[in-house]
Design a binder for this molecule. Structure first.
Ligand SMILES: Cc1cc2nc3c(=O)[nH]c(=O)nc-3n(C[C@H](O)[C@H](O)[C@H](O)COP(=O)(O)OP(=O)(O)OC[C@H]3O[C@@H](n4cnc5c(N)ncnc54)[C@H](O)[C@@H]3O)c2cc1C
Ligand SMILES: *[C@@H]1O[C@H](CO)[C@@H](O)[C@H](O)[C@H]1NC(C)=O
Ligand SMILES: *[C@@H]1O[C@H](CO)[C@@H](O)[C@H](O)[C@H]1NC(C)=O
Ligand SMILES: *[C@@H]1O[C@H](CO)[C@@H](O)[C@H](O)[C@H]1NC(C)=O
Ligand SMILES: *[C@@H]1O[C@H](CO)[C@@H](O)[C@H](O)[C@H]1NC(C)=O
Ligand SMILES: *[C@@H]1O[C@H](CO)[C@@H](O)[C@H](O)[C@H]1NC(C)=O
Ligand SMILES: *[C@@H]1O[C@H](CO)[C@@H](O)[C@H](O)[C@H]1NC(C)=O
Ligand SMILES: *[C@@H]1O[C@H](CO)[C@@H](O)[C@H](O)[C@H]1NC(C)=O
Length: 497
């Protein structure tokens, strides 16, 4: 049932009836009467479009209705109605790219899909790009580049700004400028009370820090005011190597990740991809030089590794790299699950982690061969911490940590078809993380940090920030959401309480 404003205007009684129609979920009927054409029911094409916008099949749950607010005021109204119907679970969706089922959508409840709030505004000269919370990274880059500016957003265009930023945000310019969350100058947030507030260095500064890593625990962000940087070209892209190149590639990556070879202009990751049907391992590097005039710089060892099957290193604006990368992601939606862990780099650990993974993955996949599984092991650099004296984030690194120079985080991923394989592959994922962490502990390189944006639902990224940090986050949650709406009624996400 999609009630247009004109329809409601002429037939107000229909809405009133709907409100008391017990076969109709009450919250949705009330939302429809309060927010008119912003509420979509399963028969509406817009409802279907919202569901198909989730990139991974397991995320395509079916709420009783979807709300697409077009202003912070709409979000405030929706939160009021939902709390009045406090048995209705609800979810908040930014770009929809978190792979954990239920984090950004809900069966039977209500999903607030932010995608109509994706405007990007740039006032001349104040150095800030104001990005609606439903914007994708591509929207932000495209708008900023028109003014010869850029922002710290996702490295694939389809990634939502909201989840990316509130979880941390590893970006192209991270080696130079740090986490994307540290480049937020102001969050506009709707609290459970319905109040629309700013959180920045001078106003609600505790909430400002909490939103940098604490994600959906405090309110619904409706706008991100991001620091603007000068636009730049990147030289880089994807190199796919022959299977025999794995050892050399991981050696080159290890050298690149030692403190003395730290190069502030190089971003990206290396992945070993395993296709079970083809029984084939392919090493892949996806890396960029952010000052093309200095290329290849610290990338040289990686670009020299051979044999290469394809090499797509080119110089182009950021928005072109991110747009091309999106095409590869969107092409074939499948089920995707992931988990993460972090460690300090020493000369052998990357090879040892790889050997461990390579030894276990074929067996895990064989049990679920019907689901055509693929697996990935990705090593990525971590951003630097904000400078001493700068506004803090909540990620829990200490002031002596230099994660950008000597740490990596892992992403372990399975991609497959068919829900029957989910449980088993999740067990495999959990087991892989356990054995890798045993290894990194034995080698004395373990670090507790779990990057929230790549953490599995069974991991505890907020706890990984450390006891003190988690305590602070809990206090902020209690202060700004005393009834615990975001802890209890919002069904998905990593919880504090
Ligand atoms: C193809 C791909 C590429 C990626 N590239 C990168 C990368 O380069 N760097 C990186 O760091 N990470 C990357 N990621 C991980 C990415 O940061 C996370 O998947 C992130 O959750 C995506 O944000 P989203 O808005 O799309 O997600 P969603 O799934 O929509 O949101 C994630 C969580 O945030 C909450 N949330 C969403 N909107 C709001 C809001 N307005 N207010 C409060 N809470 C909200 C949701 O409830 C949900 O729990 C990538 C992921 C994918 C799939
Ligand atoms: C109540 O809602 C259901 C489902 O939309 C509909 O089929 C039914 O006709 C409604 N009943 C009344 C009395 O409006
Ligand atoms: C929405 O999707 C469902 C299931 O995929 C389909 O049966 C229905 O026809 C679609 N409706 C519209 C309006 O596209
Ligand atoms: C829902 O609201 C009712 C009435 O205000 C209250 O008694 C009840 O405790 C609330 N339930 C939850 C789960 O918050
Ligand atoms: C864009 O900014 C860069 C760096 O500040 C500058 O060198 C360049 O001339 C600018 N280009 C345009 C078209 O304004
Ligand atoms: C911080 O919030 C206050 C209060 O809403 C607002 O007046 C101020 O402009 C905000 N600062 C920034 C940098 O947005
Ligand atoms: C895996 O290999 C099979 C067989 O060669 C191929 O059909 C399939 O597309 C590959 N899968 C992926 C995800 O690349
Ligand atoms: C993007 O794709 C187009 C078309 O395939 C290609 O010409 C261009 O070089 C690519 N750019 C980047 C940055 O990969």
């Amino acid at each position: 049932m999609r009630l247009s404003r004109a329809f409601i205007g002429s037939l107000t009684t229909v809405v009133v009836t709907a409100q008391y129609n017990t076969t109709q979920p009450t919250a949705c009927a009330e939302l429809a009467s309060a927010l008119f054409e912003r509420v979509f029911f399963p028969e509406a094409p817009t409802y279907n479009a919202s569901i198909s916008s989730y990139p991974f099949i397991q995320l395509r749950l079916h709420p009783n209705c979807i709300v697409r607010p077009s202003s912070a005021k709409d979000v405030s109204v929706a939160l009021g109605v939902l709390q009045h119907n406090n048995r209705t679970r609800f979810a908040v969706k930014g770009g929809g790219h978190n792979a954990n089922a239920g984090f950004n959508n809900v069966d039977n409840g209500v999903t607030i899909d932010m995608q109509s709030l994706k405007g990007v505004e740039i006032a001349r000269g104040d150095g800030v790009v104001r990005v609606g919370a439903g914007a994708l990274s591509q929207d932000a880059y495209d708008a900023a580049e028109k003014r010869n500016l850029t922002v710290l957003a996702g490295r694939i265009g389809v990634v939502g700004v909201a989840g990316f930023v509130t979880g941390g945000g590893v970006n192209f310019l991270s080696p130079q400028y740090g986490w994307a969350c540290d480049a937020v100058v102001n969050f506009e947030v709707v609290l459970a009370s319905g109040d629309i507030v700013n959180a920045n260095a001078t106003s609600n500064s505790d909430l400002y820090a909490a939103l940098k890593g604490g994600q959906n625990n405090f309110g619904i962000v409706t706008r991100f005011d991001l620091k603007a940087y000068p636009a730049t070209n990147l030289w880089g892209g994807r190199i796919v190597y022959a299977p025999t190149a794995a050892t050399d590639l991981l050696t080159a990556f290890t050298k690149f990740k030692t403190p003395k070879s730290f190069d502030p202009y190089i971003a990206g990751w290396v992945t070993i991809r395993y296709n079970h049907s083809a029984a084939l391992y392919n090493p892949v590097a996806i890396m960029w030089h952010t000052k093309p005039e200095l290329k290849p710089g610290g990338l040289e060892e990686i670009t020299e590794v051979k044999p290469q099957i394809t090499n797509g290193m080119v110089e182009a604006p950021i928005s072109e790299h991110t747009r091309n990368a999106s095409r590869q992601v969107v092409a074939t939606p499948r089920r995707t699950i992931w988990a993460t862990t972090s460690f300090h780099v020493n000369p052998t650990i990357v090879h040892k982690v790889h050997a461990l993974w390579k030894g276990l993955v074929p067996e895990i996949c064989e049990t679920y061969a019907d689901a055509s599984p693929s697996a990935e092991l990705t090593f990525q650099a971590l951003p630097s911490q904000p400078k001493t004296g700068a506004a803090p984030n909540s990620l829990g690194f200490s002031s002596t940590d230099t994660p950008e120079k000597d740490m990596v985080f892992l992403q372990i991923v399975f991609t497959f078809d068919g829900s029957e394989a989910t449980e088993g592959l999740e067990r495999g994922l959990k087991n892989l993380i356990e054995v890798v962490e045993e290894l990194t502990q034995d080698e004395g390189v373990y670090h507790p940090y779990k990057y929230l944006n790549f953490a599995a639902w069974f991991q505890d990224p907020l706890g990984s920030y450390g006891k003190d940090q988690k305590k602070k986050l809990k206090e902020v949650a209690r202060k700004y959401d005393p009834k615990g709406v975001f802890q209890k009624q919002v069904s998905g996400g990593f919880k504090l309480l």
